[in-house]
Design a binder for this molecule. Structure first.
Ligand code: UFG
Length: 345
């Protein structure tokens, strides 16, 4: 069964392509490689031992997408294609509204004429803003978004919900990710931050290998167990498997819309993540405390009861596994050929 993966060469998309193949599906990747590299496709192929179908195209290109859909005839879609840097979205909001919203609408106009049985959308816990209650569950109030990026996820959920309400042969699953980290245990695919990473784990591994001088821990006076922010870090392979579970269930369901948190249900502080890195890498990390980062939520982690109960999905990897695999990936990166040098600055 063919499944279209928009943004399938990205961090979560590439791991989902592998998970789909392991579950007997046939992924078709559409990606414009704006945040990825062609070597990712080669490395997926190395992991799964077969060729992958992929198209280098922006999903806003209606004619191009239509041709691919007619040719491949997928039964399902997993939609990852989007920009995802919170800071960048504040500085360049139109890029986010263009790519994450307008291109989504263009894409839906094309699939409107197709028979897509199961559609899975890549959403984020950012839709909750500062939650009133932790762990946060799916019925928590959606608060005004902090950033244009967060707003595009809220709007994306709404657009898709309205669109799929009019379809009686398709199902929609909205997956709200907590903090995806780690890499494939093979060390062949992982996260490719552009320039200086803004996320914690790629910054840690880059500091560990010497690409960065030291990590700044943003804030040490939060009302948390050790004063640093708490997040729910989820291994990217566990997250990829959640997509497969959602897709499969969606193929059986018709005419329904479901929303699931994807997280471990456990909170870890910034210092917990540093400790896990130091343990698996067997080296100390150079870090210092700095001021709080604007917009950071002090503490958030998921209530993951719903996805465990309804999709029989369970996270398998620990925080240490996450750091071990991210570190393996970081050490492997110099082996891969980049299309441009800009990723490596
Ligand atoms: N942090 C540091 N130093 C760094 C980078 C991060 O101390 O150099 C801290 C942050 O202050 C935060 C924690 O590490 O406390 C996690 O930060 P990340 O940037 O890795 O992740 P965020 O929780 O800020 O963001 C993630 C996703 C977003 C999503 C958001 C929703 O990256 O896409 O969760 O809350 F929108």
């Amino acid at each position: 069964m063919k499944i279209l993966l928009t943004g399938g060469a990205g961090f979560i998309g590439s791991h989902t392509a592998v998970a789909l193949i392991e579950n007997g599906f046939d992924p078709v990747i559409v990606d414009d490689f704006r945040n990825s590299e062609p070597f990712v496709i080669e490395n997926i192929e190395k992991i799964v031992g077969k060729k992958i179908t992929y198209y280098s195209l922006n999903i806003g290109n209606k004619e191009g997408v239509k041709n691919i859909l007619q040719r491949e005839n997928p039964v399902g879609v997993i939609h990852f294609a989007a920009d995802k840097a919170v800071n960048e979205s504040v500085l360049n909001p139109m890029k986010y509204y263009q790519n994450n919203v307008l291109n989504l609408i263009n894409f839906l106009e094309v699939i409107d004429q197709m028979n897509i049985n199961s559609f899975v959308f890549s959403s984020s816990c950012t839709v909750y803003g500062v939650p009133d209650k932790i762990p946060v569950n799916e019925s928590a109030l959606i608060k005004p978004a902090f950033s244009p990026y967060g707003y595009t996820k809220q709007v994306g959920e709404r657009i898709l919900t309205d669109f799929f309400k009019t379809k009686n042969k398709s199902s929609l699953t909205l997956l709200r990710y907590f903090n995806p980290i780690g890499a494939h245990p093979s060390g062949l695919i992982g996260e490719l931050p552009i320039g200086v990473p803004s996320n914690l784990v790629p910054y840690i591994t880059q500091a560990g290998i010497g690409k960065r001088k030291k990590l700044t821990v943003f804030g040490k006076d939060y009302d948390t167990k050790d004063g640093t922010c708490v997040r729910d870090y989820i291994h990217v392979v566990d997250l990829a498997n959640a997509h497969v579970a959602a897709l499969k269930k969606g193929l059986k369901r018709k005419d329904s819309i479901k929303t699931y948190n994807v997280g471990t249900g456990k909170g870890a502080s910034v210092l917990d993540v540093i400790k896990a890195f130091e343990k698996v890498s067997q080296q100390g990390l150079n870090y210092e405390f700095g001021p709080r980062r604007a917009g950071d939520v002090p503490k958030i982690y998921s209530d993951n009861f719903l996805i465990k109960n309804e999709l029989a999905w369970h996270p398998k990897f620990s925080l240490e596994d996450c750091l071990e695999h991210a570190w393996k990936w970081e050490k492997n990166l110099f082996n891969f050929k980049y299309k441009s040098e800009k990723k490596q600055d």
